[in-house]
Every structure is written in C-alpha cells, then in structure tokens.
Design a protein around this ligand. Structure first.
Ligand SMILES: *[C@@H]1O[C@H](CO)[C@@H](O)[C@H](O)[C@H]1NC(C)=O
Length: 207
C-alpha cells in the first residue's frame, strides 16, 4: 500500500504540467565551457569508452600538452572575434593561456596539442541546432583515438582530426566524435595573470 502514494503524486504532478510541451533544446550561452565527447551517429564506442568524457591536457614538455579525454576536463573559452578565434584554457600560477592547435590538412594526422600561446583557428559553431567545436583549418571530423603519448609511453584517449571528411575508414582504435560545449562560468583572473579574458566570446553551449 505504501507504494501507491508516490505513484499517485507523480500522476498528479504529470497532469498539472501543460501537455505536449515541446522539448526544444534551446542552447544557452556562456563565455566558459567544457568540451564533452559525443559519439557520431551510429558509432560504437571504443574501449575504454570516450562518450561523455571531457577534453583536457596531458603535460608533454615545457609549455606542451597533448589533447586527451578525462572524466573531468579543462575549462575553455573562445578567444578573439567572430571569424577569427581560437580555443584557449588557462593554467599555472600566475595563469597563462594554452590554445588548441590542430595540424594542417596536408600534415599527417596526429594527437592535437594544447600548447602555450596562440592556437590555430577554432570556434564553437551551431550546426543542426547543436553547438560544437569546428576546426577553422579545413573540413573534416574529430576522432577520439586510443594512442600512445610518447612522453609517458602510455596509451591515452587522444583527440585527433581527420580531414578525409568521412571518406576514409575510421582508423583502428578510433571513433568519430563531436565536441559539445557545456556551459560553465569563466573564472575571474587574479592580478598579474598572463591570460586575459578581455576577448572571451559568448558561445552557444548546452546548459
Ligand atoms: C586573444 O585575442 C586577442 C584579440 O584578438 C589577441 O590579441 C590575443 O593574443 C589572443 N590571446 C591568445 C592566447 O590567443
């Protein structure tokens, strides 16, 4: 009998709600965001799974980092102006900027970098109602690949970019992903920071 009461109250709440409310996923806006890996349509996950993990960095030398996925990622912002922007994260004391750096279309595919200084052209662009990371250097898609980061001689789930735009087969140990920004508050910077949030842009993101 005890179980009937919550059942009834859920039913009461359900009838109180306006019926057929459309589930529009109106994206929010934010200056700060995390980047979540989302499997491309129909893709089956790699092992260990990457779906829902967040983009972060693995230190690989002075000012150098590999772009890898973790359960807790780094806070990013889009720096610049519309049509001319990069994706930046702050680190260190005092904070300094590191930026996503993608290899060019004619260079061999590799693990992307998040290195100190300015990065390559990248932006959050809303595509089919879904805000996502877009590479400004050329068409294609992102891959999450289990690959060795030589600095550690260990496998990580790495971020790579495939310029074949779906023409080439997905490489062994990789899966096609999109990177979906999740809204987060962009922190205030302490005095003496090398980073600046003056040119941090509002981007569309998932709430
Ligand atoms: C951020 O954008 C401003 C304006 O375009 C630029 O001067 C600055 O160098 C950029 N910062 C980074 C880390 O790229």
């Amino acid at each position: 009998m005890r179980f009937i009461i919550p059942t009834l109250s859920i039913a009461a709440v359900a009838t109180a709600l306006p019926s057929q409310q459309p589930r529009t996923t109106t994206p929010s806006q934010s200056k700060g965001f995390y980047l979540a890996a989302k499997l491309a349509d129909g893709a089956s996950d790699i092992d260990p799974p990457v779906n829902g993990l967040f983009l972060g960095t693995a230190h690989t030398g002075a000012g150098l980092n590999a772009a890898v996925f973790y359960t807790a990622g780094r806070l990013f912002y889009q720096n610049g102006t519309a049509g001319d922007s990069t994706i930046v994260t702050d680190g260190g004391t005092p904070p300094f900027p590191s930026s996503l750096t993608v290899n060019g279309p004619t260079e061999p595919r590799r693990i992307l970098d998040i290195n100190v200084g300015e990065g390559t052209a990248n932006a959050i662009v809303e595509t089919n109602g879904q805000p996502q990371l877009v590479n400004g250097l050329g068409e294609g898609g992102y891959l999450a690949c289990i690959a060795e980061v030589p600095y550690y001689r260990q496998d990580f789930t790495t971020l790579q970019f495939d310029y074949s735009d779906g023409q080439a087969a997905v490489p062994e140990g990789c899966v096609r992903v999109t990177l979906v920004p999740q809204c987060a508050e962009l922190n205030e910077l302490p005095d003496g920071s090398y980073s600046s949030h003056e040119f941090a842009m509002d981007v569309a993101c998932s709430a």
